[in-house]
Design a protein. Sequence first.
Length: 475
Amino acid sequence: MSKYETIIGLEVHVELATETKIFCSCPTSFGSAPNTNVCPICLGFPGALPVLNKKAVEYAVMAGLALNCEIPAFSKFDRKNYFYPDLPKAYQISQYDQPVALNGYLEIDVDGKEKRIGITRIHLEEDAGKLIHAEYGGYSLADYNRGGVPLIEIVSEPEINSPEEAKAYLEKLRSIILYTGISDVKMEEGSLRCDANISIRPVGSKEFGTRVEIKNMNSFRAVQRALEYEVQRHQEVLASGGTLVQETRRWDENNGVTISMRSKEEADDYRYFPDPDLVPVVVPAQWVEEIRQKLPELPDARRKRYQQQYKLSAYDAEVITASKQMADFFEATLKEYDDPKAVANWLMGDIAKHLNTEGIEINETKLTPSHLAELLALLDKGTISGKIAKTVFEEMFASGKKPAQIVEEKGLVQISDEGAIAAVVDQVIAENPKAVEDYRSGQQKAMGFLVGQVMKLTRGKANPQLVNKLLREKL
Ligand SMILES: [Zn+2]
């Protein structure tokens, strides 16, 4: 089956976090009552005239710069004509042949191999409304709050050659956009949406195979699964002598399959033409420079710095810098506790586990850099053991209390008094003659059991080194 190569291109829509919509002053806030954030402009009333939101252009340029694009001095808006009930004007204001950014790239890392994926273009456009289809009754409700929210569409070159590369591309793209702060890029809330174009062709062939577009993928994992499914389907169709149809297919998450929606329309079908209500966008070089100055340090640069400055491994640096919030938290913790590796281990271990389970970023938790630094200091001083530190961490994560307060309230201070531990050790030896005998006859496993008994009686508070030492002495 490896005689085919896979060609994937991704189109990613990102909602820009402007206060107001792209062509009117309606708020962009998510979750308002239906049809409350609307006006004659975004509802497309006859005679209402759009005025471009400068912030939306600034954000689009910022995305372009972060993705190594050229920023042309002029761009313009075009009408993309189609009828659908979520689009009251029956055309979407978008950009066709003169987008705001061109010819960029980003770098991905798959199985230790770096690869550059080209970005063809980034264009600005308005979002459509949202249809809510009734489960029973055969009707749909239209909410136009989202209509007119600014979007950028980021189109990759067809240079992605596997579903894994597609996932890596999306993760890197999301990370870069998050760093710029122009969007919260939450796939679950629809502020990042992805469509994929996929085709396969015999290895060595110069011509592209028949292309299929896939929609309705609601997570990066879904993108990867849908593409894996399509690669398989294409290969099977060709192997059995069949022909593929150029079409749009929908990913069905529950059944793990794609389903044909419609045969694919060509750009001609949209009858693009310049929007006569909007003047061309002029982007002076000086403004581009001002925006470039506002760009923060981006993930790749930060990762390299972490390897040099903090001596983190490539892997650790990659994991910590993938999220800006995580990297900021890491650096804030280091201001109070200067051991990069120890801080990185906590972030990538217990903390990452909680964040993944709850699907949140670290700044959305009750945890603070000071709390983590204090916990690590308590460990260093021997006030608490490593095992107790985990207990304190759980409580700290849940309640937001300071670790010292938790230790005091719950009486978790480590017992390092030899006399106190010796008494418990004597008790354990007296109560477990069988284990004592096993240990003396050479069974090392019995030692673990006896240590466990001491820890149980002291509720995990005994200093483990002391327990081991005293047990060995007395046996
Ligand atoms: Zn409006």
